[in-house]
Write a protein that binds this ligand. Structure first.
Ligand code: CMC
Length: 434
């Protein structure tokens, strides 16, 4: 029994129940309700999981009211400033920062799994040249399960580990190949002598006939963006991966489900939608008009890159991205870019507006990330793919955590049925015309 209990009183039926209250290492107390139906014959209803924890996890902690994000206890600001992406990947997967030899070994493993099977190229060729790269990613990542039969026993910890390594290492290769396919250009093989971020830029922008030397500022900016997007606890795509995985589906199929969920404009598609929105606004003079539209309940327009289900404060990632954005624009001769001016003005006006203040709507991580990607030469339809490369780390860390849990259950929500009550079938010739 938990230390504390919560007493549920059902006045209508003159009964009560003691529910255990769980306390995590941080965060609010949580009332455990799993025995409610068995004991009292009632369900709980919480669409959108506004107050419901779907699992226990030791990976990432968020305090949305305070604007705090920690990976395995380490503040995101410290990791963005002092760490690098592959070290953060190790931390998320294994729970601790690596010792120097562990880091070297891990970097070697990831670097040597970046190649994709030659046969996979045929799959890319099956896609039309103008296919959205996220559509290609969903299909190609899902297909990895057809290539690695040697490591798909989800109950074997070594198989789970090698699947995680393969996924993380191959995501940039598949992402860059999706881009090259859309351009009708040759795929570029990965380079083992480059860092994770530099290698990705190389696979995106090199051609077989010309050497490409990644700009160190671009490499650093990309590395930070990868760190910031690597995990965000039980968001829609991670919850999708967990739910798909709860049936013991193979990891690549589960990650493909996560990619599909990420694609939506309310989630990972927002960075692309922010740029579309800034282009639509077009000029600083138009900002008040669009802010008014965002506030108008009869207008479906929303300020993309604003608001968050969990953060009711400035998204800590957005603060870091905003700074990186200034640095990248300055170094890539885009300083004073009209798009950045527009974004800053929009942020300034919205943050002073009663509508946004009352609802605690602040810029989120996607508000400035698209501007950085654009300055790095990454096209709009690749923005969500960039998010997917980073988030694949969180997805596979959560999937691994879930499968390793001896108490793991298949996810099976209940519902409030609002359809027709029981009725008898009527043969077609006896049905009334409506
Ligand atoms: N512009 C204008 N009004 C907004 C916005 C916005 N971007 N976001 C929320 N609101 C209003 C909303 O209309 C509602 O008003 P009212 O209380 O009067 O009905 C109130 O704020 C609460 O909004 P909600 O939709 O109930 O909040 P939610 O937690 O369900 O949605 C959200 C969160 C992120 C889906 C939403 O804020 C949104 O659509 N933002 C724009 C899309 C976006 O930037 N998404 C990226 C999220 S961060 C990256 C990631 O995690 O994937």
């Amino acid at each position: 029994m938990a230390d504390k209990t919560f007493t549920l009183i059902d006045n209508a039926n003159n009964r009560s129940m003691e529910l255990p209250v769980r306390q995590g290492t941080q965060g609010p107390p949580t009332i455990e309700i799993s025995s409610l139906y068995k004991e009292l014959g009632v369900f709980t209803y919480d669409p959108g999981f506004m107050s419901t924890a779907s699992c226990k996890s030791a990976i990432t902690y968020i305090d949305g009211e305070a604007g705090v994000l920690e990976y395995r206890g380490y503040p995101i600001e410290q990791l963005a400033e002092q760490s690098h992406f592959l070290e953060v990947v190790y931390l998320l997967l294994y729970g601790e920062l690596p010792a120097p030899a562990e880091m070297e070994n891990f970097e070697g493993i990831i670097t040597h799994h970046t190649m994709i099977k030659e046969k996979l190229k045929d799959l890319f060729n099956g896609f039309h040249y103008d296919a959205h790269p996220m559509a290609i990613m969903t299909g190609v990542v899902g297909s990895l399960s057809a290539f690695y039969h040697d490591s798909l026993d989800i109950h074997n910890p070594q198989h789970r580990e090698i699947s995680a390594h393969r996924l993380i290492a191959k995501m940039p290769t598949i992402a860059a190949a999706s881009y090259k396919h859309s351009k009708g250009e040759a795929f570029i093989y990965p380079r083992n002598d480059m860092s994770f971020a530099a290698n990705f830029l190389h696979m995106m922008f090199a051609t077989p006939c010309e050497e490409y030397v990644p700009d160190p500022v671009a490499v650093k900016a990309l590395d930070i963006l990868l760190i910031l997007h690597a995990d965000h606890e039980q968001n829609a795509s991670t919850s999708t991966v967990r739910l798909a995985g709860s049936s013991h589906a193979n990891p690549f199929a589960c990650i493909a489900a996560g990619i599909a969920s990420l694609w939506g404009p309310a989630h990972g598609g927002a960075n692309e939608a922010v740029i579309d929105m800034l282009e639509m606004i077009g000029d600083v003079s138009q900002v008040p008009k669009y802010v008014a539209m965002a506030k108008d309940k009869n207008d479906p327009f929303r300020l993309m890159g604003f608001g968050h289900r969990v953060y009711k404060n400035y998204d800590p990632r957005a603060r870091i991205v905003r700074k990186v954005c200034h640095e990248v624009l300055a170094s890539t001769c885009h300083a004073g870019s009209p798009m950045m001016e527009l974004a800053l003005k929009l942020e300034e006006i919205a943050l002073q507006d009663e509508y946004f203040i009352e609802r605690k709507l602040y810029p989120n991580v996607d508000f400035y990330s698209g501007i950085i990607y654009r300055a790095l030469g990454i096209p709009n339809n690749m923005f969500t793919v960039m998010f997917a490369i980073a988030r694949s780390v969180g997805w596979i860390a959560h999937w691994t955590e879930m499968i390793a849990d001896p108490h793991q259950l298949i996810g099976r929500p209940r519902q409030v049925y609002e359809g027709a009550p029981k009725r008898d079938y009527v043969p077609v010739d006896k049905r009334r015309k409506s």
